[in-house]
Design a protein around this ligand. Structure first.
Ligand code: SAM
Length: 463
């Protein structure tokens, strides 16, 4: 979601002020920091980055510095107390107002702050989405109304709200016209989607995906991130009805302990989660499950942690995300004593990550010998390095026109890269023409972070 928001910031300022994106901060007239406040560590990084930019601003006072995202939303004016040289402070729901904020800051020589929650207005003011290759993100809902005790999101992004159904379908149809074949539907609780249709009916995620799958050119659908409470019957059933929907689901559970699930106000039990997985696996026996885990939540006992480890083994989670509990100001859990010692938290995290890595490596090993349908996204990192092409340039060229050869690169066979349904990177040898298409690849080897493959000749026709 943050990557998506960042690209929107760049698009908006390009449209309004013809600003071009640069990754080189010494070249920039405007420096924007998109921030996350889910954990304290991410929040602290904001101020160290601002400290570095302060030096640039001292040399060039006309540089405009902006802070967006959830730290901006949470801290607001307080950012100016620690970094008075910041010119723009805007939240996740006001990033579309960047051009006006920017103009006012320049005109008035005064910091501008807008961290309100005007909700749906944001989507009405977005420029046409940029197409970068054959895969695209589409934000369909925002915010969270679940109020888990540990989580800051409802306070920084606001309550759940969904984009109107027709707007989403029209956006994806437009993307498909421009060559997009895979869409990832985004939202903090994307499966809580409730989009109003033109006749006033409300569409859920399952219905939306039926329409998205029917759009010509869309061959693969992902969605992220989900909440177990919102895994409705219709959503589970869509795994039987929508072949374009990938056999991979990221479904955060946080802990395998029922006592902690209750304390976190997750409002479901491990059995209910098991039941979701059982029903999904009845429909798609090979579906891969991934999740989010928090270790060291207040009061977490050895037994709670053991329950989590057992649950991970039982479900056989694939590559997942895990975090040490971080106390967030303003959340209900912030009033509890953060009583698990840091050393224990670190030990638990290491054990948990070790188990998840082992399981994910086993899943990769089992894929060796199988044929996987992958969407070819570009040159492999190794190939880019060998050809001396900067990653940025190669990706840009591919993004602009993936049919065209990348300047300075031979159009003969190269190492290409793509992703499987379960989100594994596969490197293989093939022609540039394959970039942006689906191919079938035989998996020949599994490494820690990627798979090696070779084109399955019959599979070329699926491109
Ligand atoms: N929709 C997801 C769900 O079901 O809860 C939440 C997505 S949340 C923005 C991303 C992840 O950050 C959470 O699943 C959780 O594991 C982690 N997280 C959130 N708050 C945290 C905290 N205070 N400390 C540590 N990790 C946290």
């Amino acid at each position: 979601m943050n990557e998506y928001d960042s690209s929107k910031m760049a698009d908006i300022l390009k449209d309004s002020h013809a600003l071009e994106l640069t990754q080189d901060e010494t070249q920039a007239d405007v420096l924007l920091l998109n921030t996350c406040s889910v954990r304290e560590k991410a929040q602290e990084k904001v101020f160290s980055q601002l400290g570095r930019w302060r030096k640039l601003k001292a040399q060039q006072p006309e540089i405009v510095i902006g802070v967006g995202g959830c730290v901006a939303s949470q801290e607001g004016e307080a950012i100016l107390k620690r970094a008075s040289y910041v010119d723009l402070i805007f939240g996740p729901q006001t990033l579309h107002r960047l051009p006006q904020l920017f103009d006012q800051a320049v005109k008035q020589h005064r910091s501008q702050i807008d961290i309100s929650f005007p909700e749906i207005e944001k989507f009405d003011h977005m420029p046409e989405p940029r197409v970068e290759g054959a895969a695209a993100f589409v934000s369909i809902m925002e915010g969270c109304s679940k109020y888990c005790t540990f989580c800051v999101v409802p306070y920084t992004r606001g309550e759940e709200f969904s984009r109107p159904f027709d707007d989403v379908v029209a956006e994806i149809a437009g993307l498909a016209d421009r060559g997009v074949k895979e869409v990832t539907l985004l939202g903090q609780n994307v499966n809580a989607y409730q989009g109003e249709m033109h006749d006033g009916d409300i569409a859920d995620l399952a219905l939306l995906m039926h329409y998205v799958a029917a759009i010509e050119g869309i061959e693969r659908i992902r969605y992220s991130t989900s909440h177990p409470l919102e895994m409705s019957d219709s959503l589970i059933q869509s795994y039987a009805e929508i072949p374009e929907l990938v056999s991979h689901l990221h479904l955060p559970i946080q802990t395998g302990s029922n006592a902690l699930l209750k304390a976190m106000k997750r409002r479901h039990t491990t059995d209910e989660y098991r039941d979701i997985v059982r029903r999904l696996r009845e429909i798609r026996p090979d579906i891969s499950m991934s999740s989010d885990f928090i270790v060291g939540y207040p009061g977490e006992t050895e037994q709670d942690f053991k329950d989590t480890m057992d649950f991970i083994a039982e479900i056989n989670f694939d590559h997942s995300y895990s975090f040490i509990y971080s106390q967030r100001p303003g959340t209900p859990a912030a009033d509890l004593s953060d009583d698990v010692p840091l050393e224990i938290k670190k030990q638990r995290l290491a054990l948990l990550q070790q188990r998840l890595s082992q399981q994910s490596a086993d899943i990769s090993r089992k894929m060796v010998g199988s044929t996987q349908r992958i969407l070819v996204t570009g040159l492999s990192p190794k190939q880019k390095k060998q050809q001396g092409v900067s990653v940025d340039n190669a990706e840009k060229s591919i993004a602009v026109d993936f049919e065209a050869a990348v300047p300075g690169i031979s159009t003969k066979n190269s190492q290409l890269t793509g992703r499987t349904e379960n989100n594994r990177v596969v490197n293989f040898t093939g022609n540039h023409d394959l970039i942006g298409t689906f191919v079938n690849v035989n998996i020949t080897a599994a490494f820690a972070n990627s798979l090696q493959g070779e084109i399955h000749l019959a599979g070329l026709h699926s491109a």
